[in-house]
Design a binder for this molecule. Structure first.
Ligand code: NAP
Length: 287
């Protein structure tokens, strides 16, 4: 089974759209998302545009605040404090990376945790790791939903996560631990990556190394989620590949996400779902 991320994302967006229509009818209120973009980094511009369009499509009031790369940390902090108080704003997202003179993690901590739709605030990180309700980072949340769609009961399965970033690997581990998986995390200092991987029923690769995971690393019938986005040269140009060597791995798996067209589209859909969740929390809506 090759998981079609575009289809999966469309389903999720439809669900969010329907729920937004229903909360609008009940309350007369509209969920709002504000994205802060600093500087003119081209990939960030593209990501932000996609987020804005997807949010509008499901009925979220979405706004992008653009600032020059010279903005001070103090000014950016005051912008966030204003958004924290704004009743029409339920989700605040600061597009990363920020310019070097701004401390990104300090800025994230200024966001009201209830509006932290990226799930990066320490309160959300802490809630997730202590098994409480939290806003969960969008990419691992999307991976989790796709895994659960393949197999509902994950209890007792061996999960191997390659990568330990705060953005992907660590929250992914917490989500699968909550599902009673036996979780192992690999990273750049892990000695026997292949051997550990071969024992896994679920593999999530979030590394940033093209085609690292090969077919002979994979147990037959495993679920493989490829988070990686790597640009590799191809006939004078470039193409995008994942961290998983799709060709050799696909033959052995129960399910796999391709790159592109796997995790990427689902990530943005999860941002919309997080914005709706934030709206419901702020307005004390039942889950
Ligand atoms: P990151 O912060 O650079 O973390 C990469 C992790 O991989 C680190 O834990 C690192 O280990 C580990 N690693 C690096 N080389 C390794 C190797 N040879 N063997 C084993 N582990 C190794 O990256 P990230 O932000 O998590 O992103 C990972 C990938 O996902 C990137 O390709 C990124 O572009 C992609 N991504 C995709 C989406 C999406 O929506 N699809 C979203 C975000 C990111 P150490 O901790 O020891 O350094």
């Amino acid at each position: 089974m090759i998981i079609d991320g575009k289809k999966f994302a469309q389903k999720l967006r439809n669900k969010v759209k329907q729920e937004i229509q229903s909360v609008k009818r009940k309350t007369g209120l509209t969920p709002g998302l504000t994205v802060i973009l600093v500087g003119n980094n081209t990939p960030s511009e593209i990501y932000v545009k996609n987020k804005e369009l997807s949010a509008q499509e499901v009925g979220i009031n979405s706004k992008v605040l653009r600032f020059k790369s010279t903005i001070s940390e103090a000014k950016l902090t005051s912008v966030i404090h204003k958004l924290n108080k704004d009743k029409k704003v339920h989700g605040i997202l600061v597009q990363l990376p920020l310019p070097n003179h701004i401390n990104g993690s300090k800025i994230i901590e200024e966001i009201d945790p209830n509006k932290d739709v990226d799930g990066f605030h320490a309160i959300n990180v802490g809630n997730l790791s202590s098994g409480k309700d939290a806003l969960v980072p969008c990419t691992p949340l999307g991976c989790y939903l796709m895994i659960k769609n393949v197999r509902k009961n994950l209890s007792g399965l061996n999960a191997f996560i390659i990568g330990r970033s705060n953005l992907n690997g660590k929250p992914m581990a917490q989500l699968l631990l909550k599902e009673d998986c036996t979780v192992t995390i690999g990273h750049s200092k892990t000695k026997n990556l292949k051997e550990l991987c071969k024992k896994a029923d679920i593999v999530v690769a979030a590394v940033g190394r093209a085609n690292l995971v090969k077919g002979d690393w994979i147990k037959k019938g495993a679920i493989v989620i490829d988070v990686g986005i790597n640009r590799v040269e191809k006939k004078g140009g470039y193409k995008i590949v994942g961290d998983v060597d799709f060709k050799s791995v696909v033959k052995k798996v129960k399910a796999i996400t391709p790159v592109p067209g796997g995790v990427g589209p689902v990530t943005i859909a999860c941002l919309l779902s997080n914005t709706l969740k934030a709206f419901k929390t702020i307005h004390h809506f039942k889950k």
